[in-house]
Design a protein around this ligand. Structure first.
Ligand SMILES: CC(C)(COP(=O)(O)OP(=O)(O)OC[C@H]1O[C@@H](n2cnc3c(N)ncnc32)[C@H](O)[C@@H]1OP(=O)(O)O)[C@@H](O)C(=O)NCCC(=O)NCCS
Length: 281
């Protein structure tokens, strides 16, 4: 099957509505989607792509796919974050959805490869050498739930393409609460696997601790646009505190399952096996 990928550049109009509705139906019930106004703001008021003070440069991308007959087939959104000073790029793969009739037709793979091209283009546009700038693909994923094949399918799809999970023993990771909690609300962060692929190093069994730190720092740079600073600081303290306490220079990577039958690998990643109790707020 062939698909046409388009980038949504404004929240005004039916394309954004269709994309957001599809994401909301899939990720809303799991509290894994930002509010509509947050995505709209990222599109309508993009972050500047250059900063004189050396701050992180971020860009948000909402991609939609249609098949040859114009049918809506899927949506992916991502953030490209470039740190010129440290010479590191992170493509934060936020959400991906391939609608059921289009699954396993190549669109999932296209949605995983396009972010690499986009991040490398950002590096080049910044006048930097792609070969000299490590590119980390970063995603947050639910641990597999026994009996829920969908939770396993997404890990398999990424596992087959060289993604692994940063060991939660040294890097307990939580997605912040995306709701608008106001001043008094108590956040309810979600324990997730920090899933990564360091482009060009797909068979590595460890990740430099500096890049694990980048995972948190750069994702939090994105979250800071809509999540309270004190909520993010508490989560950073939990994740980076464990990393510091471990004293490791390279964090272990856990293999993701490569097929639905890979029960032993999946079992090692289930929530009951991981030190991911909900953090204190
Ligand atoms: C996860 C998702 C994007 C994968 O897309 P897809 O088009 O279904 O699957 P892919 O083409 O990417 O699959 C890659 C590999 O994963 C494995 N796989 C995918 N679906 C599978 C299934 N239902 N059963 C067994 N293996 C499967 C296969 O090994 C497949 O390779 P193959 O087709 O060459 O055998 C899609 O299932 C989806 O939208 N799920 C709901 C939303 C979601 O979970 N998103 C991910 C979290 S952000």
């Amino acid at each position: 099957m062939r698909f046409r990928l388009g980038e949504v550049t404004s929240s005004r109009g039916p394309v954004f509505e269709e994309a957001y509705r599809a994401l909301e139906a899939e990720f809303g019930p799991r509290s894994e989607l930002e509010r509509r106004a947050v995505l709209a703001r990222w599109l309508d008021e993009p972050s500047p792509t250059t900063h004189s003070d050396g701050a992180l440069e971020r860009s948000y991308h909402l991609l939609v796919a249609h098949d040859e007959e114009g049918r809506f087939a899927g949506v992916r959104d991502l953030h490209v974050v470039l740190d010129r000073r440290a010479a590191v790029a992170v493509a934060y793969l936020a959400h991906v959805l391939v609608l059921p009739p289009f699954r396993r037709t190549g669109l999932g793979a296209l949605f995983r490869s396009t972010p690499v091209d986009m991040a490398q283009a950002a590096v080049r546009n910044a006048g930097m050498d792609v070969a000299a700038v490590p590119l980390l693909l970063a995603a947050e994923m639910e641990p597999p739930t026994p009996g829920d094949d969908a939770s396993l399918v997404r890990l398999v799809a990424y596992g087959k393409e060289g993604f692994s999970a940063i060991s939660p023993v040294v890097f307990p990771y939580f997605q912040p609460d995306f709701r608008d909690l106001g001043a008094e609300g108590v956040p309810s962060p979600i324990p997730l696997l920090a899933v990564v692929r360091l482009v060009g190093h797909e068979s590595a069994v460890t990740l430099p601790a500096s890049l694990a730190r980048a995972f948190v720092a750069y994702l939090h740079a994105v979250f800071s646009t809509h999540v309270r600073a004190d909520h993010l600081a508490a989560l950073r303290a939990q994740t980076l505190g464990a990393l510091d306490a471990s004293g490791v220079a390279d964090v272990p990577l856990l293999r993701l399952p490569r097929s639905l039958d890979d029960a032993a690998t999946a079992h090692a990643l289930t929530l009951s096996r991981l030190p991911l109790s909900r953090p204190m707020s």
